[in-house]
Design a protein around this ligand. Sequence first.
Ligand code: CP
Length: 321
Amino acid sequence: MKKFFSVEDVDSLEEVVQEALQLKANPNANESLGRYKTLGLVFLNPSLRTRLSTQKAAMNLGMNVMVMNMDKDGWALETQDGVVMNGTTVEHIREAAAVMGEYCDILGLRSFPSLKDKEADYNEDLFNKFIKFCGVPVVSLESATRHPLQSLTDLITITEYKQVDKPKVVLAWAPHVKALPQAVANSFAEWMCKAQEQGLVEFTVAHPAGYELADNFTKGATITNNLNEALSGADFVYVKNWSSYKEYGEVYPVSEDWMMNNQKLSLTNDAKVMHCLPVRRDLELSSEILDGPSSLVIKEASNRVWAAQVVLKRMLESLEK
Ligand code: CP
């Protein structure tokens, strides 16, 4: 594996999940695979889970890890070509990425979207330039449009906790006070649509009108504006806010109550509740759910290690070829 950016970078979902679960059962089985290899984690935006779980995964594989908080500690990056750099940017991504590639065998990058320039965000301009100029395998730690380590984690978690062969999985929009990226929702939808194609889940997306995701991420999903209808018979409810894709980055007022709580959960098939975290309590998800037996959010965050570890293991193995 030379790149981990989307569901297309994995051949068999079942195989990658089973490999991750084997790593969970035996975390140090490959502790010499990464010896003398260096992982660089580059953050243009904040992170708790992605940062720590990926470091832990790398350490389990015997790797050295370096973390660069570009947003706080790096030079201001220029990402456009043909710019006379006489303004606030100090270093071009061409040099910055190339230099980091000299120090590292594998790089991870987190970069959020602008939520202003839809075309640049959805073309993944910054991420693609980073891949092009760094010259080493790159794992996405969340990009403008996707969060694949989170989505792989979510599939691992659903596989672990499912009570039926083909659970009904619902992605449910939730309220928020800020305009958030579509990346987690896009990515979860993309992975669940592929899991549905492979007969692993039934997948529904529920959101208020105006919050449609881009079609290419939801192809094959059942889509509804009726949350109660979506929740009927659900085995897993994945709660997440996102801003509008159509009116890019906008937040429309929503009059109905979309916060997930126990009353809504009673419509489901005793569903387990998931969220990528961080979560705004009693805005997106009720405290009664987060503190109760239906919540999988901590188990889900714990599984971030095995998602990162299986991806890094596959990248290390490809370095040896
Ligand atoms: N879920 C997730 O990616 O968390 P962080 O933003 O804290 O890494």
